[in-house]
Design a protein around this ligand. Sequence first.
Ligand code: SF4
Length: 246
Amino acid sequence: MHRLTGDHLGMEIKGFVDLSLVDWDGKLTSVIFLPRCNFRCPYCHNYTLVLCPGKEKTIPFERVESYLTSKRDWLDGVCITGGEPTLHSDLPELCSRIKNIGLPVKLDTNGTNPQMVEGLIEERIVDYIAADIKAPLTAHKYSRAIGVDSENALREVKETIGVLLASRVDYEFRTTVVPTLHGEEDIEEISRDIKGCKKYVLQRFDVSVGKKTLDPAFSELKPFADDEIVSFLEAARKYVPTTRIR
Ligand code: SF4
C-alpha cells in the first residue's frame, strides 16, 4: 500500500491508501482519511489524526480524484474514514464527487452526526455505513470507552442507530472489543440495543502488529484469547444471530 502526500488545494484529506483489501468486506478499495475526532478512545490507533492533524500534510482532492478516475475499472469502491468524517461539512460533497467518478462509497462513523448520516442516505451518495457502537449505551460505560463525557454522544449514537435500523442502505454496527473495557455482558447488552440490525461485527483489539494507541497503556494490553472472543460472539448472537468476528 502506498500513501500519497501533498499540498492543500481543497478538501481536508490527510491520508490516502490507494489499495486496501481490509476496509470493506470482500472489496478492493481505496481509503481516504479525514482528520479530527470528537472522541478520545484510549485504544485509538489513528490518534495522530485525532490529536495533531496539523502534522499531516493535506492531500489535494484533485490528486485523489485523478487516481480514482484512472483506477475506477479496478476498484470496487472508496472508504472514507478518520478521525470522524462527519465532522466535515464538505463530506457530502466528497461523497458526491466520488460517486460521480462511478465508484461506490463506504463511510466509517462513530455515529455522532445522525443528521448528516440521514442526509447522505437520502441523497443516495453513500452505499455502505459502518457505525461504531463503542460500549453499552449507558453514560458511565460509554464515557469510559470514548474518553470524553458521553452525554451528547449517547443521544446522537442512539439516533444514528434508529436512522440505520429504519433505512434501506447497507450498513453494519461494529464494536472493537477491548480488554479492560468490555466483558461478555457488555457485548450482550450492546447486541440487545441493536436487535433487528442487518449486521453486527465484533472487531478484535490487537496491538500485536506493533501499533501505538492514544493511551499508551492500551498498547501493553494482552488481546482477548480465542475462547473469550467466542464467548462474546455467543453472547451477541442471542440478539443478533448473524454477528461475526473480524
Ligand atoms: S477510535 Fe475513537 S478517537 Fe479514534 S478516530 Fe475512532 S472514534 Fe475517534
